[in-house]
Every structure is written in structure tokens, then in C-alpha cells.
Design a protein around this ligand. Structure first.
Ligand code: ATP
Ligand code: MG
Length: 380
């Protein structure tokens, strides 16, 4: 087969003379042509032979040209269609374009006009095919990259980490000089940092809207926030920061994915603790806002400089400073959080005053209100 496959063109028209003349002109150009005398035969052929370009007469007995266009788009939106019109009224042409036709040719037309319009249509087809190929390649590259990161980076890291743990294990460490122990400890910490980076990265690649929403359900935020707060209590104690969850009884349920939303709150609350000061506070509270629930995480920490505010949700961005440097972090936490929240059709915003503190607000859609179903259960 030749590298450049021949383009296939299908002509659907009830007039035999049009079918034959088009077919003749276009085969001479080197295209593979086929014809159909009405819409239903035409659509059958489209499904069977997958042409690159279809010429459709607008006015035919049986299925109309417009209906053919509509079905064509459903079969394959990348097939280019050109409309043949008896009377080139602007209205019918506009209508046809709305239904996805690429162009139209008014009857009667000369072979030159036909050739020109076909060439343009096929150029469009070539671009559409190229785009589709590029899209596929991009997806494959992303998938390859994820498996590369998983297997080639994560597995060896886990292995190295295990060796360190064994060496640093108390029995053996008795035999280590203090200096060696300290260096190994630091190396092990760096490996933790790398593992965190790899895991964050994988998580971020995994968050695709259409994947998250398969796990959506309606649920109560309270236990989820309680869990996040409980998990972070040791960090708060160590940092001498008071962590508080305000009472939130009677708050409506939300609609979303529990697992990823837990990650969101753990990151935001842990930021509030990390970028804080001794004796500071982090308060988590929930309120209703229209069709949304708003979770506020307010801290009395170091605050964020105004010029950094638009950047903190970017990948890998961290504000420069003493406090930030003190904590191991990848700068991916908030960008992951934003992706997750946006996949929920929610929003995440921040207000901050340098030196005073910050409040992060997560808006999540409320669960749809279910009508209470009467259960015909007979109680004893
Ligand atoms: P990671 O979350 O991956 O461990 P990180 O905490 O540095 O790392 P993000 O959570 O994305 O990354 O936050 C980005 C940056 O925004 C932080 O490095 C910090 O400089 C700033 N920041 C985030 N939350 C706060 C906060 N509550 N107070 C002050 N600065 C904050
Ligand atoms: Mg963080």
C-alpha cells in the first residue's frame, strides 16, 4: 500500500446525472469514489466504507439531506461533508453548516468548482485526522510517562528506602558512628521527599474529571473533616498550633468523591499548621452558600505576599522564606487540590494578609435534594 492512502469520496444524490458526473470528475483526480441514490443507502455505505468526504444533495426523496448530515455527525464527526443545493439559498446553507456541513456547492457547478471545493474539503479532513492522531499520541505519552514514573522511579526508591531503614534500625545503628547515623538519616529524609514528589505527581496525573466522577456519591462532610483534623492533630501539637473544627450540625450533604476530597482538606489544613507560628490557630468551619457548601480553613499564620497569591495554585510553586524552607514540600499540594475541587465543579479561593494569616475556602456542590421515598415497610 502506498504511504499516502487514497481519499474515499461518497456522493449521495438522487439525480443519476449528478452522481455520474461528480464520480467521473473526481476519479480522474485520483480519488476513490462511490455513489448512493438516496439517504438511507448513503448512510449504510458511510458505516461500511468510512469515506473521508461525503457530498450530499439537500433535496432528495426519503431521508432528506439535512437528516443525512445529522446522522453523519453521529457516525463520525471527523467525516467532512459538502452539501449540494439546487437553489443556493443562504438559509439552507446556513442550516446545513449548523448541522456540521463543511461547505456547499450550488447546482449547476463546473468540474473546476467541484475539484476546488473537494480539495479544500479534503485538506480539512487531513487536518482533522492529524489532530486525532496527535491527540492519541499525547494520551499514549501521558500513559507511558505514568508507568515510567511508577516503575522506574518509585520501585527503586522504595527499595533504597528499605535498605536505609534496615541500616538505621536500632540494633545495627549501635555499630554506626554518630556522624554516619546523621548522614544516613538525612539521606533517608531526602528519599522521603522524593517519594512524596513521585506520589504527588502520580496522583495529579490520575485526576481526570471523567475518572473521579465515577466515584461521586452524596455524603456528610462532618466525619470526613473530623478524620482530617484527627490525622493532623499530632502535627498541630508538635508545631504548638491549636487546631479546631467548629460544630457543623445540620449542614446539608455534599456530592463528590470522599477519597480525593480528604486529600484536599488534609493538604489545606496541614498548610495552615505548617505555615504558622507557635501559639497560632487553625480553625475549620462549614457554612452554606447558595447551592454550595463552603469550607473555610482559617489560620493565624505567616500569610502570603500579595504578589504570590495568584501563583500558589501553580505546580511546584512555593513562597520563598524561612518558614517554607523549614518544611519538606513539593509545591504540588494546592495544585492537586484545585484540580480535585474543579473536577467537582467547585471552587477553591484564598484570602490572606501577610503576617496575619490566610483563609482558604473550598466551595463544593450540595448533594441533589432527594424526595423522601415512602417505604411501604410495615412496622411491627
Ligand atoms: P506540599 O503541599 O506538596 O507538601 P507545599 O505545602 O509547599 O508542598 P502547596 O500546598 O501547593 O505546597 O502550597 C504552595 C505554597 O503556598 C507553599 O509552599 C506556601 O509557600 C504557600 N502556602 C500555602 N498555604 C499557606 C498558608 N496557609 N499560609 C501561608 N502560606 C501558604
Ligand atoms: Mg501543602
Amino acid at each position: 500500500m502506498s504511504i499516502k492512502e487514497k481519499f474515499k469520496i461518497l456522493i449521495i444524490d438522487d439525480e443519476a446525472s449528478i452522481r455520474d458526473s461528480c464520480s467521473q470528475v473526481l476519479s480522474k483526480e485520483g480519488y476513490v469514489t462511490d455513489t448512493a441514490e438516496d439517504g438511507s443507502i448513503g448512510l449504510k455505505k458511510v458505516k461500511e466504507t468510512k469515506p473521508d468526504l461525503v457530498m450530499v444533495d439537500l433535496k432528495m426523496p426519503g431521508i432528506s439531506g439535512m437528516e443525512v448530515l445529522e446522522s453523519l455527525r453521529e457516525i463520525d464527526p471527523d467525516i467532512v461533508s459538502i452539501v449540494i443545493t439546487g437553489y443556493a439559498t443562504i438559509e439552507s446553507a446556513v442550516e446545513a453548516m449548523k448541522l456540521g456541513a463543511y461547505d456547499y456547492v450550488p447546482k449547476p457547478f463546473t468540474p473546476d468548482e467541484l475539484r476546488l471545493i473537494t480539495r479544500r474539503g479534503l485538506e480539512k479532513r487531513r487536518l482533522l485526522l492529524e489532530t486525532a492522531t496527535l491527540r492519541l499520541e499525547k494520551k499514549q505519552m501521558e500513559e507511558n510517562f505514568i508507568s515510567l514514573v511508577t516503575h522506574e522511579l518509585r520501585s527503586p526508591l522504595i527499595a533504597v528506602k528499605q535498605y536505609f531503614d534496615v541500616i538505621l534500625d536500632q540494633e545495627i545503628s549501635g555499630k554506626l558512628k554518630n556522624k554516619q547515623k546523621e548522614m544516613l538519616g538525612r539521606a533517608s529524609e531526602r528519599i522521603d521527599g522524593l517519594m512524596k514528589l513521585v506520589n504527588d505527581w502520580l496522583q495529579m496525573m490520575g485526576i481526570k474529571e471523567n475518572e473521579i466522577d465515577k466515584r461521586f456519591q452524596d455524603f456528610n462532610l462532618k466525619p470526613l473533616l473530623e478524620e482530617a483534623v484527627e490525622l493532623l492533630q499530632p502535627l498541630a501539637d508538635k508545631s504548638e498550633v491549636a487546631l479546631q473544627l467548629k460544630p457543623m450540625d445540620g449542614i446539608p450533604r455534599v456530592y463528590g468523591d470522599k477519597i480525593t476530597l480528604t486529600h484536599v482538606f488534609i493538604n489545606i489544613i496541614s498548610n495552615g499548621i505548617k505555615y504558622n507560628r507557635k501559639g497560632g490557630k487553625v480553625t475549620v468551619s462549614v457554612r452554606e452558600e447558595g447551592g454550595f457548601l463552603a469550607v473555610d480553613v482559617a489560620d493565624t499564620g505567616i500569610g502570603i505576599p500579595e504578589e504570590s497569591l495568584p501563583l500558589i495554585f501553580d505546580q511546584f510553586y512555593r513562597v520563598r522564606g524561612k518558614v517554607t524552607r523549614k518544611h519538606i514540600g513539593t509545591g504540588l499540594g494546592l495544585s492537586i487540590a484545585r484540580r480535585i475541587v474543579e473536577a467537582h465543579k467547585g471552587q477553591i479561593t484564598v484570602q490572606s494578609t501577610l503576617g496575619k494569616g490566610s483563609t482558604f475556602t473550598v466551595l463544593l456542590p450540595r448533594a441533589p435534594q432527594h424526595k423522601k421515598q415512602k417505604k411501604s415497610k410495615k412496622s411491627p
